[in-house]
Design a protein around this ligand. Sequence first.
Ligand SMILES: CC(C)(COP(=O)(O)OP(=O)(O)OC[C@H]1O[C@@H](n2cnc3c(N)ncnc32)[C@H](O)[C@@H]1OP(=O)(O)O)[C@@H](O)C(=O)NCCC(=O)NCCS
Length: 224
Amino acid sequence: MPLAVPAASCADATAAGVRVAVRLVDLAADDRVTARAASVLTPAELARARRGTPAVQRRRVLLRAALRAALATELGVSPRAVPVRTTPSGRPEAGVPGLDVSCSAGGVLGLVAVGRDCRLGIDLEQVTPWTPDVLDEGWLDPAEQRALTRLPATARAVATARAWTQKEAVLKARGTGLLEDPRTTVTPIGQPAGTVAGWSMSDVPVPDGWVASLAVARDEERPR
Ligand SMILES: CC(C)(COP(=O)(O)OP(=O)(O)OC[C@H]1O[C@@H](n2cnc3c(N)ncnc32)[C@H](O)[C@@H]1OP(=O)(O)O)[C@@H](O)C(=O)NCCC(=O)NCCS
């Protein structure tokens, strides 16, 4: 699908009173762009990217390079010089006090979020047609399942994708990812903004066909 997201396209968001810089990343970029992106990665990042299929390799290279570029802009250094690290559970960390970062990919679109004096998580999903089978997948708690079925049928596909992105945004902010049961992070079905498990939640503007959520807490107000 042609997406035409310019490399520097932004969709900044504000949550918990914090301005978060969000970059949209074109993950369908050609070989020349991908090779240039690969040139800013460390050998370890490249080795990790190269463990996947060609499509996964391209996605990982482009997303990690975009993450480096976003941090480089904040820090005023070159993307290669950004001291980004990865925790044992896979969470990227800026490597600089007071700066946090998160990223996500959904098909040919990627997102990178960077914020100061806060902890954040971002997640992106492509919207797929609603099917009641989703209620049996085990990631929605009973109250969320009831709330989904009470929505008009036409609103359920987006609401389902948003519930997933809100959960993952929180789990990425915490750094646990899906090592934690997503059912226990209960979301306000049908609502793009609010508080989820103590995190300020907001929708991120993305092209039609995707939904993205950002979870943010100021450093001093970070939920346990
Ligand atoms: C976080 C997680 C849910 C994201 O999976 P996903 O929805 O398929 O992928 P997304 O595109 O939305 O996000 C991917 C990015 O999330 C980031 N990420 C990975 N684990 C993360 C974590 N625990 N916390 C925060 N961010 C994480 C990475 O930067 C990753 O990008 P990369 O694969 O290019 O490095 C999933 O990777 C996970 O549960 N990881 C933790 C558990 C695990 O398997 N750890 C393995 C040890 S490395």
